[in-house]
Design a protein around this ligand. Sequence first.
Ligand code: NAD
Ligand code: TDX
Length: 337
Amino acid sequence: MKRILVTGGAGFIGSNFLNYILKTYDDIFVVNYDKLTYAGNLENLREIEAKKNYVFIKGDIVDHEQVSNTLKKYEINNIINFAAESHVDRSIHSSYSFYETNVLGTNVLLNAAREIDLEKFLQVSTDEVYGSLSTEGLFTETTALNPKNPYAASKAGADLMALAFCNTYKMPIVVTRCSNNYGPYQFPEKLIPLMVINAISNKELPVYGDGLNIRDWIYVIDHNKAIMKVLEDGKSGEVYNVGAKSEKPNIEIVKLILDYLEKPYSLIKYVNDRPGHDRRYAIDSAKLMADLNWEPEYSFDRAIQDTIKWYLDNKNWWERILSGDYQNYYKLQYQTN
Ligand code: NAD
Ligand code: TDX
């Protein structure tokens, strides 16, 4: 039986992952190990928190002793590392916590994993490690790493450490690199929830630069199904790109949100560009599709509507987040614009 340590399971992708696997598989046991930073929220897990095969532990992945004790106490044989500082703009304000959690934390997990009977270690990574594309081409698994912001650099460092442990200690380790996710429970610092919430609240929608930067969008459940496939069948030492061939310029998404909510385009405010802003991401997931028989199931047009509707229907969830620290972050990020 898989006994999985999921780190960062109270965040956006991790909580969707736990909700998905604990409703889909009976023959697993899961420990959610999360520090509960500003981005971690146990409310995301209400539907599964009482399950007998689920345990929550508040802990930091940088803490070797606590990680090691948790792995042994629960006889963990699989690890999926979602835990990270994940927001590019925050990494531009200060990169220390990104280095600590993303690089050092992954290194701690890898070392602690050497002490157990490990079936698989899956490092959840991002297409941002490849840098930025111009108008042509796609990122493949062999594209050279060229991270362009502190967040991306910290994720690239973690990937390389994971692959080095695989090579050096012959550990069963795989890396996934996914494109931009959207869906329920995403913290409203990221483009889609921020724009939806501001539009609902009749606040300005701050679009960086000319609004023509391109991101390649995937619904979070498609990403999570890919992670499960790679955990089960991914080949040790391999990297798998995950994407749904859904490239959109940012401004198109912002207008789509305003159209859906029947709000005027006059809410759009073009603001100063993000420093070093990557122009375009586009990911080729042909390897994952061919080798592990994975395919995205959700169309962008349908899933983005479901996502906007989720934020409309779950005001309580985001209103609680908008108080306190979030206001301070918002001022810091947008006051000069
Ligand atoms: P998130 O910021 O929503 O959640 C991160 C979670 O990690 C939170 O619950 C937080 O409390 C926890 N955490 C942070 N530091 C920790 C620490 N030191 N110890 C233990 N827990 C800690 O992030 P997300 O968007 O859900 O991203 C999850 C993973 O997926 C990250 O590794 C990210 O790099 C990767 N990823 C994200 C996207 C995306 O579009 N959001 C795309 C590709 C890859
Ligand atoms: O207020 C905004 N205005 C704006 O124009 C915000 C928050 C974003 N943007 C732009 C910047 C990007 O071009 O929207 C695009 C998406 O921005 P984010 O949601 O911050 O995502 P991105 O920087 O692309 O990174 C995301 O995808 C890769 C995740 O945050 C990462 O964790 C993941 O690894």
